[in-house]
Each structure stands twice: as C-alpha cells, then as structure tokens.
Design a protein around this ligand. Structure first.
Ligand SMILES: Cc1cc2nc3c(=O)[nH]c(=O)nc-3n(C[C@H](O)[C@H](O)[C@H](O)COP(=O)(O)OP(=O)(O)OC[C@H]3O[C@@H](n4cnc5c(N)ncnc54)[C@H](O)[C@@H]3O)c2cc1C
Length: 235
C-alpha cells in the first residue's frame, strides 16, 4: 500500500489509487431548463467512467462518457398482460408490460444532444483531457452510417441505437393526493383501496430524482418504517 501511495504522490501519478471508476461528474442545467425558469436546477448529468488504470504510462484505457437525462419529460407506462394471466402465466416477467416511451417528448432528445456535445467538448478541448491524450473513438452504429457524422441527426440516430434507460426507475406506485388518478399510495405509503398493504421503495417517488436514486430510497424506507412503528406502537 505504501508503494501505491508513493506512486500516487509522484508527479505523474501512477498506480491503482489513480483509478476513478465512475469518476468525475457534473450536474448541468440545460437550455430547456433555463428557458423554463429553472436556471438554478440542473437537469442532466455528465459522468466520466473509467475502465482500468489511467496514466499507467503504457496502456490506453477505455473511458466512457455518459449523459444522464435526470428530469426527462417522457413518461413510460406499465401494464398487466391479462391474456397471459388468463392462460395461466404467473411469472411477473411475462405479466408486466413495460414501455419506457423514451424520447417521446422531443425536447428530451434536444437536451441529450446538448449534453453529448458538452461532454465531447470537455473530452476533446480541455487541457486536462488533452494531457491524457484522450480521443473519442467509438464505432458508428450501423443504422447511422448514412447520416453526417456528429450532426444533430447523427446524435439522434446514435441515441436511438445506443441509448438506454438509466437505473433510476420510479413512479409505478406514486405517492400523492387521493383525488389524483396517478396516486397509488398515500403519505403513509398505504396503497389506496387495499387494506393492510404498503409499498415502500423507489416506486413511490412520482418523478425520478435529480441524481442517483439510492439515498432517496433509503430515506423513503426510513420514513416508511417510522409510519409502521407509529401505527403499531400502541398495540
Ligand atoms: C446496476 C445498478 C447500479 C446502481 N448504482 C447506483 C448508484 O451508484 N447510486 C445510486 O444512488 N443508485 C444506484 N442505483 C439505483 C438504486 O440502487 C436503486 O434505484 C435502488 O436500489 C432501488 O431500491 P428499491 O428498494 O426501490 O428497489 P430494489 O432495490 O430493486 O428492491 C426491490 C426488491 O423487491 C424484490 N421483489 C421484486 N419482486 C418481488 C415480488 N414479487 N415479491 C417479493 N419481492 C420482490 C426484489 O428482489 C428486491 O429485493 C443502481 C441501480 C442498479 C440496478
């Protein structure tokens, strides 16, 4: 370990302590958010995720640029396959009908493209990245070969080919007021209309959080536990 610390402290910083994994991140306010009077509320995230040691002086390592649309306006749908159920299917994988409806709101794509361009700008035009000799070398998706490279149309095609939902899926049991048709649980996490059932997890968040979800899920769980304890503390 001492050797690794020494290597890290050297001027050219080598060794596994230089490893960042899902490393530097930035929360950015898009022009859409600014136009919506949300200039102080970032709505997308840029992440540089490194796979392997950087600056070991011998090998080039992959560096992933991830653009995460945190406040997407496109909203997905989840349904129940009653035909499968009637035919005896009981596996939730085959009963849930999930449509993420990604980029059904066009301005989500515009924000994404803005993020890609900013991320590439950082990778290609900053002295820090240039010092590491970073280059964008990703292959062109087959379906995008005929589109002018790195045009808006190209990035749109690229996102459709290589984009995916991130890991912060929420909202299927949204907490809300009783009159709202989207409400599934009340403020005590009780499922409306079904006695004795609570949902206490990320699904109760009506919209996704503005960053990674896990901290909010833990707080949700703590509040849910408090609600249960409060209800049964006298019994
Ligand atoms: C690969 C990955 C990486 C992530 N990295 C981060 C990160 O770095 N930072 C961050 O903040 N967030 C991260 N997240 C997001 C975060 O971990 C999740 O959003 C969070 O754990 C969700 O918690 P949850 O309790 O809502 O659901 P889950 O953790 O999915 O828990 C649901 C539980 O319900 C159980 N279950 C499902 N169906 C049934 C059933 N029919 N009966 C009984 N039990 C059932 C499952 O087995 C599971 O234990 C990541 C997510 C993934 C998938």
């Amino acid at each position: 370990m001492e050797a690794e610390i020494s290597a890290y402290q050297e001027a050219n910083r080598t060794g596994f302590l230089t490893r960042l994994d899902v490393g530097p991140q930035a929360f950015i306010t898009s022009s859409r958010a600014r136009a919506n009077n949300q200039a102080d509320w970032p709505d997308y995230q840029i992440v540089f995720a490194q796979h392997g040691l950087i600056h070991d002086g011998t090998t080039r390592v992959p560096l992933a640029l991830q653009i995460i649309l945190n406040r997407a306006e496109s909203v997905g749908e989840i349904g129940f396959n009653s035909t499968n159920y009637a035919n005896g299917e009981r596996s939730d994988v085959n009963l849930a009908l999930i449509d993420f409806k990604l980029f059904t709101v066009l301005s989500d794509m515009e924000v994404m493209i803005e993020g890609i361009k900013l991320g590439l700008q950082v990778m290609e035009n900053t002295t820090s990245f240039q010092a590491m000799d970073v280059a964008y070398t990703e292959s062109i998706p087959e379906a995008c070969r005929l589109v002018p490279y790195r045009s808006n149309q190209y990035w749109m095609c690229y996102v459709h080919q290589r984009g995916y939902s991130w890991l912060h899926i929420v909202g299927t049991c949204a907490m809300g007021l009783p009159g709202n048709p989207m409400t599934v649980v009340d403020y005590q996490y009780k499922v409306l209309g079904i006695a004795g059932l609570r949902a206490i997890d990320g699904s109760v968040m009506p919209r996704t959080t503005n960053a990674n979800l896990n901290g909010g899920v833990i707080l949700t769980a703590e509040k849910g536990a408090q609600a249960i304890l409060a209800e049964y503390s006298d019994t």
